[in-house]
Design a protein around this ligand. Structure first.
Ligand code: SAM
Length: 207
């Protein structure tokens, strides 16, 4: 295991490994294409943009000890950003995906990008898998927006002290997610802020 001096020390963006960079570029092309070519919603990758990936990696790398968790893998694009943080801080990412076709794509991604040493892909509903997890250092929530309320209540008690929850799309889907933002702002278990990067990220820090 890493000693204290290396805990926060590794670079993430200056030397992205070639297999990671190549798979990120490929997924960025596929995501851009399937937003305009008529691909049905459930088959689309619906990825975060690269600037959100960088933001996520920095937040995850500065989170307290504990696993990095992701809810909503799709083809594994956001997971690759989290994997950079996991590798830099000697941790692991556990990512949950409910759709078998997406699980297969994500498996392809993690093999091609050579990150299977730091990524655990769990096939199934995150609500089941999260039940056994505690002391989470950082959790990225990017699933169906109607489920965010339930998932928020499942995640917050499982965060480590100082642990971070980042929820995507709170600006782009404000019609659905503003009640969750309001709830987080009033929730005395966390400090919360909305960061207007990408589709809008709700960041909550467990008190
Ligand atoms: C917006 S996409 C995720 C995009 C991905 N985070 C990225 O940026 O590359 C949402 C994904 O969450 C998955 N999903 C939805 N509800 C889920 C649940 N309860 N547990 C696990 N995965 C879920 C969907 O199948 C879909 O692939």
């Amino acid at each position: 295991m890493a000693g204290p001096s290396s805990r926060y020390g590794g670079a993430m963006f200056h030397d992205i490994p070639a297999p990671v960079a190549a798979r990120m570029a490929e997924l960025e092309r596929r995501d851009a294409a399937d937003r305009t070519d008529g691909t049905p919603l459930l088959e689309r990758l619906r990825q975060i943009p690269p600037e959100t990936g960088r933001f996520l990696a920095i937040v995850a790398a500065t989170a307290p000890d504990g696993p990095i968790v992701e809810i909503g893998t799709s083809a594994g694009y956001s997971t690759l950003w989290l994997a950079l943080a996991a590798r830099a801080t000697r941790r692991r990412v556990t990512t949950f995906e409910i759709l078998p076709a997406k699980v297969a794509l994500a498996r392809e991604t993690f093999t091609a990008a050579e990150v299977t040493d730091v990524v655990d892909l769990v096939a199934g509903d995150a609500r089941d898998g999260l039940e056994t997890m505690t002391g989470i250092g950082c959790c990225f929530l990017d699933a169906e927006k109607d489920d965010y309320g339930d998932l928020y209540e499942t995640i917050v008690p499982r965060l480590a002290p100082g642990g971070l929850l980042i929820a995507d799309n709170v600006v782009s889907h404000a019609d659905t997610l503003q009640p969750l933002v309001d709830r987080a702002m009033a929730d005395r278990r966390v400090d919360a802020v909305v960061v207007p990067i990408g589709k809008g990220e709700l960041v909550c820090r467990r008190i």
